[in-house]
Design a protein around this ligand. Sequence first.
Ligand SMILES: C[S@@+](CC[C@H](N)C(=O)[O-])C[C@H]1O[C@@H](n2cnc3c(N)ncnc32)[C@H](O)[C@@H]1O
Length: 219
Amino acid sequence: MLLSSQRMFRFDMRKEIIEDCTVYLADCMDVLPSIDPVYAVITDPPFGVGNFIQTAGNIRGEAVSWNDSAPPKEVFDLLKSKSDHRIIWGANYFNCFEEKGGAIIWIKNQPMPNFSKAEIASCSFYKKTEIINITWTNFSNTKVTSHPCERPVSLYQFCINYLPGSGSILDPFMGSGSVGVACALMRKSFIGIEMEEKYFDMCCSRIEAAYKQNDLFYD
Ligand SMILES: C[S@@+](CC[C@H](N)C(=O)[O-])C[C@H]1O[C@@H](n2cnc3c(N)ncnc32)[C@H](O)[C@@H]1O
């Protein structure tokens, strides 16, 4: 792998500012070195397990290449250097547990025998294990976008509330933008990065819609 200083941008970067959210269409390795430190990282990186996603009943989903490998150690080191706190999902796949931290277990109530029944996040704080129970099966009855790994916004609202303090949030692997939507709904400053344009556009629309929803609520 090239050192970050030698990396070439893989495509033209795009930057959008939606109220208090700044989102980049880019490889996070190109953006992370230059962003200002944030209060917390909340993210769900590719697990590196390859992918055929079940989208509805027995329908086999689209194969995605970005899940073929987990992020390199360089990414986790950068995230640590850029934040006070971190909640990183997939900790059981790439072992990013931190010495002084704990874990969150999300019970998904997934009925399919070959699918994970729970996901695990490492936390950089609170040396204990917390549990959250949100039914989410990747079937059409719970999915709201066409991203194959979309997570519920309520999971990220829980994560934001679980942080020991308050401040700006970074998600360098935005996917469908659920962390950004949680931040918009909770009026948290957000920085997001996503390298696939179709997902990036989805993030922008969802974050804009979340702000509009909030405006209706607060007006
Ligand atoms: C597991 S999904 C995130 C799902 C997200 N939490 C949600 O709720 O939709 C990981 C995302 O990271 C993106 N990705 C993978 N490698 C990346 C990189 N180097 N830089 C930016 N985005 C990347 C993929 O395109 C994918 O959309």
